[in-house]
Design a protein around this ligand. Structure first.
Ligand SMILES: NC(=O)c1ccc[n+]([C@@H]2O[C@H](COP(=O)([O-])OP(=O)(O)OC[C@H]3O[C@@H](n4cnc5c(N)ncnc54)[C@H](OP(=O)(O)O)[C@@H]3O)[C@@H](O)[C@H]2O)c1
Length: 296
């Protein structure tokens, strides 16, 4: 049973992370009560002590092992990846469940890859579709843990993909692809944080649960993103493409490419009067904010 109070108290897990920082700023701007923590999710006693101390109504779990410099790291560090993404994530959801605390998990949609039933330009993957991508250990842990975690009734699982911020932070998908020597060109679902993070707060505060594909509607290719970046942010920018086969030679783990179906998210958010812009429009607005903020 999830407690419902007038005054939400948010506790952000993984408090020093990139998405966590954006959420904290947003909640503070909204005048909400927000705490952050860096307690390790797999440390049950410490997790319980933190929950008892802060007494949150809502936990926002932004903690996760993503690998540095990228997910290839997880291939060589499987035990550490399991400790965070499996044991830790489930431990935190479980400790919240026992206390009637709602938890929003910032998860990943990188658990799918285009297939015959979901080709490029065709139907996107729905929340009910089973994961079909385990080409990286990171994705494999995330999809398996999601399946188990969703048996907890206090969990809202938000599947982000290739998150994009309004600045050129190193974790921004745009920053990454502008710095690669060569880049593939495949349409994908993307999460523009400016549009989606406020929606996450709305869903959490209303104690919504279940899985949501948490991206802007539609799919956009790498070249379309870079073309808009060149047009709006940096006219001198150029880039070179390579094929997926060529890419596979320079990465250790496979990378997911897919479009997620956002109907469930769009319909749910409409109940709260929230509209999420289509991904091409969202990128245009994002790049305009980037220029305005001097982030080019
Ligand atoms: N950025 C992306 O491309 C992307 C895409 C889709 C989904 N996501 C998901 O969104 C979430 C947030 O991503 P992000 O980009 O903000 O990642 P991030 O910047 O790497 O932040 C993750 C934070 O989680 C902490 N953490 C890792 N393992 C932990 C554990 N066992 N207990 C407590 N804290 C732990 C890390 O701390 P330490 O550094 O001290 O370990 C780090 O501060 C992650 O779960 C990620 O899988 C990200």
């Amino acid at each position: 049973m999830i407690s419902s109070t007038n005054q939400s108290v948010f506790l952000i897990w993984g408090g020093k992370g990139w998405v966590a920082g954006h959420l904290e700023s947003l909640l503070k701007d909204q005048g909400k009560t927000v705490h952050t923590t860096t307690v390790r999710m797999e440390d049950r006693e410490a997790v319980i002590a933190e929950l008892e101390k802060v007494k949150p109504t809502h936990v926002l779990n932004c903690a996760g092992c993503t690998g540095r410099p990228n997910v290839d790291w997880c291939e060589d560090n499987k035990a550490a990846t399991i400790r965070s993404n499996v044991i830790g994530t489930l431990n935190l959801a479980d400790a919240c469940e026992q206390r009637g605390i709602h938890i929003s998990v910032f998860a990943t949609g990188c658990i799918y890859t285009y297939d015959e039933a979901h080709p490029i330009g065709g139907a996107g993957f729905k929340e009910t579709d089973p994961a079909n991508f385990s080409g990286s250990f990171y994705s494999a842990t995330k999809s398996k843990v999601e399946e188990i975690m969703m048996n907890y009734e206090n969990v809202l699982c938000l599947r982000l993909r290739m998150p994009v911020s309004d600045d050129l932070h190193p974790r921004n998908f745009v920053t990454k692809i502008t710095k690669y020597e060569r880049v593939v060109d495949v349409p994908n679902s993307n999460t523009i944080l400016h549009d989606l993070l406020p929606a996450a707060i709305v869903l959490a505060e209303n104690n919504e649960t279940g899985v949501y594909n948490f991206t802007n509607p539609g799919a956009i290719s790498h070249n379309e993103v870079l073309g808009l970046f060149q047009k709006i942010v940096r006219p001198s920018f150029t880039w070179k493409n390579f094929s997926l086969e060529e890419q596979s030679k320079v990465i250790k783990a496979g990378r997911s490419n897919c479009e997620l179906d956002t109907d469930k998210l769009v319909n749910k958010l409409r109940e709260y009067g929230v509209e999420i812009p289509e991904v091409h429009d969202a990128y245009e607005q994002c790049f305009k904010r980037m220029v305005k903020n001097g982030g080019s």
